[in-house]
Design a protein around this ligand. Structure first.
Ligand code: GDP
Length: 170
């Protein structure tokens, strides 16, 4: 089953996105014990494909602290296990330093990435998402996890990025 890691700094809407997908389609949301914040896993079905989505904690800016280091290790592990990374950014706040830091961490892994511009609650905000091209991951998938807009386009892109899977015959 393909694994998709949802990554981004704190408060960009990673859990909201995962919950949105989970409630629409799903299946199971299960807590696995983590260090400071649990990594949440959900099994998501989309157009007959089953995916595992992992919500990571936000990058802890206090990397000097023990807790901060553990959170960052968790994020690195989630990315390492993933077939695809969704880097979530916030249209309302725009880009700030931790977004660029997350982008660098992900870039170094060489994993395929879809940039997700969240909190685009109206059309105007979607147009402002052009700023995010500067992260170097191309065109963002513009969504509002809150309202559910853009989610099906995002999931179509997710399926396109994944290697073809043989469809199980009963
Ligand atoms: P996380 O720390 O990245 O997991 O972020 P959360 O999912 O906890 O969301 C942080 C805050 O942003 C919460 O108050 C959410 O309700 C809010 N939020 C998430 N998605 C959206 C959205 O699409 N639009 C708006 N306006 N707020 C959102």
């Amino acid at each position: 089953t393909p694994i998709i890691a949802i990554v981004g700094r704190q408060n960009v809407g990673k859990s909201t996105l995962l919950n949105r997908l989970a409630h629409k389609n799903l299946a199971i949301t299960e807590d696995l014990p983590g260090t400071t914040r649990d990594r949440l896993f959900a099994t998501v079905s989309w157009l007959d494909r089953r995916l595992i989505m992992v919500d990571t904690g936000g990058l802890d800016p206090d990397i000097e602290s023990v807790i901060g280091q553990q959170v960052n290790i968790q994020i690195s592990l989630a990315i390492k296990e993933a077939d695809l990374v969704l880097l979530v950014v916030d249209v309302k706040d725009g880009l700030i330093t931790p977004d660029y830091e997350m982008a660098d961490i992900i870039r170094r892994t060489g994993k395929p990435v879809i940039l997700v511009a969240n909190k685009a609650d109206n059309l105007k905000m979607g147009q402002e998402a052009t700023e995010f091209y500067s992260l170097g991951f191309g065109e963002p998938a513009v969504i509002s996890a809150f309202h559910g807009t853009g989610i099906s386009d995002l999931m179509d892109r997710v399926l396109e990025e994944l290697p073809d899977q043989p469809i199980a015959t009963p």
